[in-house]
Write a protein that binds this ligand. Structure first.
Ligand SMILES: Cc1cc2nc3c(=O)[nH]c(=O)nc-3n(C[C@H](O)[C@H](O)[C@H](O)COP(=O)(O)O)c2cc1C
Length: 195
């Protein structure tokens, strides 16, 4: 089994076991000021050489990725005691990919994409919680929710990964097993690492 097949298989196992972390990942970026930043995102898709994430282009994470496209994604599946660290370069997905997928997002997420586009960028300070709630309700009442289409700020990114590290904690009394896979052209070169 290739490492990518192993990754998909581990994630499916974690999903089957009801692991609450099985649907998400943690994306670490480096900002223009060189400060690190990490956040939870839904992991939409695992392709052979890339991971698909949905974000908003008004956000600090996109600002970070446009200046430093190298990023790392962490996965942790407690039910099977496996961690992955996946590193590579983030690239904006095509508009067509957004058009085809954005409609499947929950209504709340779609309304927020409109809010970011017309009222306030994601992650910017707002006066207080009740002002925000009022502004959001007032703004979204003016929208026809049956006719929403993705604003240009609603984007998808593909993390084109070139390194995958798998850490398996299941060995009973033995040290954990840790393997790093580096992409060399279209194959994966494996190295065992001291855990
Ligand atoms: C379970 C969970 C899933 C999330 N999924 C997404 C997501 O798919 N896309 C997204 O942009 N933010 C998602 N978020 C919110 C982000 O973690 C983050 O707060 C937001 O994107 C702002 O990030 P930034 O300020 O680093 O740009 C999710 C948060 C949680 C807790």
């Amino acid at each position: 089994m290739s490492i990518v097949e192993q990754l998909r298989s581990d994630r499916n196992l974690a999903l089957e076991q009801g692991d609450p972390t099985a649907t998400v990942c943690y994306l670490a970026t480096v900002g223009p000021d060189l400060k690190p930043s990490v956040r939870t995102l839904v992991l939409r898709q695992i392709d052979d050489f890339s991971l698909r994430l949905f974000i908003n282009a008004s956000s600090p994470k996109w600002h970070a990725l446009t200046t430093h496209p190298q990023a790392q994604v962490l996965l942790w599946y407690p039910s099977i005691q496996v961690q992955y660290r996946i590193a590579g370069e983030a690239v904006q997905a095509s508009r067509e990919d957004i058009e085809n997928n954005w409609h499947r997002r929950p209504l709340r997420a779609k309304l927020l994409d409109y809010f970011y586009a017309h009222q306030a960028a994601q992650s910017t300070p707002f006066r207080n919680q009740s002002d925000f709630d009022e502004a959001f309700d007032h703004f979204t009442q003016s929208l026809n929710t049956d006719q929403l289409s993705p604003p240009s700020e609603a984007i998808a990114i593909d993390l084109h990964y070139t390194e995958i590290e798998r850490l398996d904690l299941t060995q009973d009394e033995r040290p954990h097993q840790r393997t790093r896979f580096q992409r060399v052209e279209n194959r994966w070169q494996a190295d065992i690492l001291v855990p």
